[in-house]
Design a protein around this ligand. Sequence first.
Ligand code: HXC
Length: 295
Amino acid sequence: MFDKNLLKGKRILVTGGGSGLGKEMSRHFLTYGAEVIICGRREEVLQKTAKELSEETQGKITAQSLDIRDSLAIEEKINNIFDEGPLDGLVNNAAGNFISRTNDLSPNGFNAIASIVFHGTFNMTNTVGKKWIELNKPGTILSITTTWVWTGSPFVVPSAMSKSGINAMTKSLAVEWGPNNIRLNCIAPGPFPTEGAWSRLSPDTEATSGSMDQSSMSSNPMGRVGEMSELGNLATFLMADGCDYLTGQTIAIDGGAYLSAGGTFSSLGKLKDEDWTNIRETIKKSNEKDKKLRS
Ligand code: HXC
């Protein structure tokens, strides 16, 4: 889709890069010439991914263990990374989530999500941003949110609240750090099945098993889940030079799902040709009845 050297010379850090969406975005960045550093909590998973992607793309990738809930560890890690060479990009992908009735959540349950998504993402962003400002260097930050930042979502309230915070941060810092040539954008993915998310959002119980699979995507306007490469392509575009004026935006990639859920007549997408013929005839009769009354 892009020139193979699109991201050549760029050094990009991807949080939660060992699996799921983070791994897929890292694969794309490497394919287009970037050097990638992946970080996460599971050293073994990170090392395995780094090996796999390096063999597949022949690109330069390193794995660093980091728990973004630990602000001191972030500071130390970012200093070490910049000592070896400045970053050009940060992808805030690491997240935590599970479905639960909100009235079943303890304060600790809320914090389990907020400490990663809300606090962790802010601390990563501010630590890297401060470095860029200190060095007078431009940078690009991409954060992964969800379409819940616009709609809210029941049963995942700590995530919806925390992701909305990232959305607000992105818009705020696009203005505050615009003069420093630091741009920030978000991708709001719809259903892209990954093991990490699906085991917590569509757990294998009688009531929820398969609730987010392809077979249950009939209400999605495109009738399907997202393909990982589609998300990787959008992330690559947003991390590349050439659209530097694009900042403070959140782009949904969900097959139109969140727009369709809001439309009053979205469910009519299921109707067949004969249904529309009947509807047209019925409305026509009603119009004629009105005309008679007016004449
Ligand atoms: C209610 C729960 C719970 C559940 C945990 N808790 N699971 N409460 N229902 N199902 C509560 C516990 O009781 C405890 O509170 C507190 O949360 C912490 O529990 P831990 O077991 O210690 O959790 P922890 O080890 O911190 O792990 C939670 C997690 C974990 C961080 C969310 O699942 C994780 O590491 N996930 C990473 C991967 C992931 O979740 N990916 C999904 C991202 S999807 P008490 O009070 O009992 O001590 C996403 C959006 C996708 O972000 C959008 C798709 C459309």
